[in-house]
Design a protein around this ligand. Sequence first.
Ligand SMILES: Cc1cc2nc3c(=O)[nH]c(=O)nc-3n(C[C@H](O)[C@H](O)[C@H](O)COP(=O)(O)OP(=O)(O)OC[C@H]3O[C@@H](n4cnc5c(N)ncnc54)[C@H](O)[C@@H]3O)c2cc1C
Length: 355
Amino acid sequence: MTRVAVVGAGITGLAAAWELAQEGAEPVVLESEPRAGGVIVTERRDGFVVEGGPDGFLAAEPELPALARELGIGDRLVDQLARGSFLWTGARLEPLEEGRAAALLGISEPVHEDLSKGFRSFAGGMADIVDALVVRLGSRVATASGVAGVARSGRGYRLVLTGGAAVEVEGCVCAVPAWVAAHLLTSLGVPPARDLDDVLYFPSLTVSLAYRREQVRARLEGTGFVARLEEGGTLRACTYASLKYPNRAPEEFLLLRAFLAPVAGDPAATAHAELAKILAISGVPLWTSAFHWLRGLPRYQPQHAAHVAAIRDRLARLPPLAIAGAGVDRAGVSACVRSGRTAARAVLERLGAVQ
Ligand SMILES: Cc1cc2nc3c(=O)[nH]c(=O)nc-3n(C[C@H](O)[C@H](O)[C@H](O)COP(=O)(O)OP(=O)(O)OC[C@H]3O[C@@H](n4cnc5c(N)ncnc54)[C@H](O)[C@@H]3O)c2cc1C
C-alpha cells in the first residue's frame, strides 16, 4: 500500500489523511503536540461547550458538512441561532451591517465570502469533527511525533522525528503553519519556501466567561458586539456564545467569549470588568477559561499567492510532496479542509495511485 506522510494534525492534515485513506493509501499523520486538532480546541465542562479557537464555519461552504457526513456525524451539525452583531461605541450598542464586525476586527478573508447564510458549527463544538477524524484514522495518527527534518530518500522521503526515529514514505503532505513549512522545505532544498516566513500570525487572546442568566441585566441581541478600537480599553469584541449556537450552556446560564488585545495581568479579570460595564453584569463569573494563541490567524503579504505558486512549481520537480493549510491557502476551516484534501489527491495522482 502507498505510504504517505502527513505532517501536522490540524484540520488540514486530518482532512488530507482522511482523503488518502479513502483512496486506499496508507497515511501516517505526524503531529508534534500531544493532541490533534491544531488551533481547533473545544473544552467541555459542566454542560458548557467552550471554544478556544474557531467556533464555526461559513454555512455557504460545503466542505465541513460533506466531511461530517462521510464520517457519520452529519447529525451533529448545528445552525447559528442568532444573527447580527453590534458596535460598542463607548456609550451604547449600535447595530452593524452584515460582515462589518469581521472587517472591523481585520479578520475578513481576501476573497469575497458569502455571509448571507451565516455560520454553522457542531453540537459538541468544533472538536466534534476532529474527534471523529481521529477515531476513524485510529493508529494512523501519531501525536507527540514532531518532524524535525525531511530529506529525499530513494523515490520518496525520509522524515526524521524530534526523538531521532525516522519514517520512510513515498509521498508527503506538509500541513504545518507557514513558519514550520518554511524551515522544513528550505532545508529540503526548496529555497522559495523561505518566503513563507513572511506570513504573519496575529496573536489571539480570548476569555470565555460563564454567568447565571440573572447576573446579566442588559438585553443581549444578535451574536455579540465589537468595540471601537479608539475607545481604548482591552476588549475588542464579545460573542454571546450560548445565544449564537445551541448546546453551549445549560438553560439557566450564559456563556460569553471576550476577545482581548494583549493585556498585562489577569485577562479574565480584565474581560469581566469591561463586560460588566457594557452588559450591566452583577457579581463575578462562575468560572473563566482563557486561550492565548501567540500565533493565531495568519495574515498574508500581497506577494503571498506568487510565493506559494513558486514553491509549488519547485515542488513539482521533487518526489510527490504537497503543501496545504492556513499557512499557504486560506485560513477558514472550510478552506483548510479543501486545501488538505486537494493536496492529498495531488500527491496520489503523482504517485499514480488515483486516476
Ligand atoms: C483563535 C482563532 C479563531 C478562529 N476562528 C475561526 C472561525 O470561527 N471560523 C473559521 O473558519 N476559521 C477560524 N479560524 C481559522 C482556522 O481555525 C485555522 O486557520 C485552521 O484551523 C488552521 O488549520 P491548519 O490545520 O491549517 O493549521 P493548525 O491548526 O495550525 O495545525 C497545524 C498542526 O501542525 C502541527 N505542527 C507544527 N509543527 C510541526 C512539526 N514540526 N511536526 C509535526 N507537526 C507539527 C501543529 O502542532 C498543529 O497541530 C480561527 C483561528 C484562530 C487561531
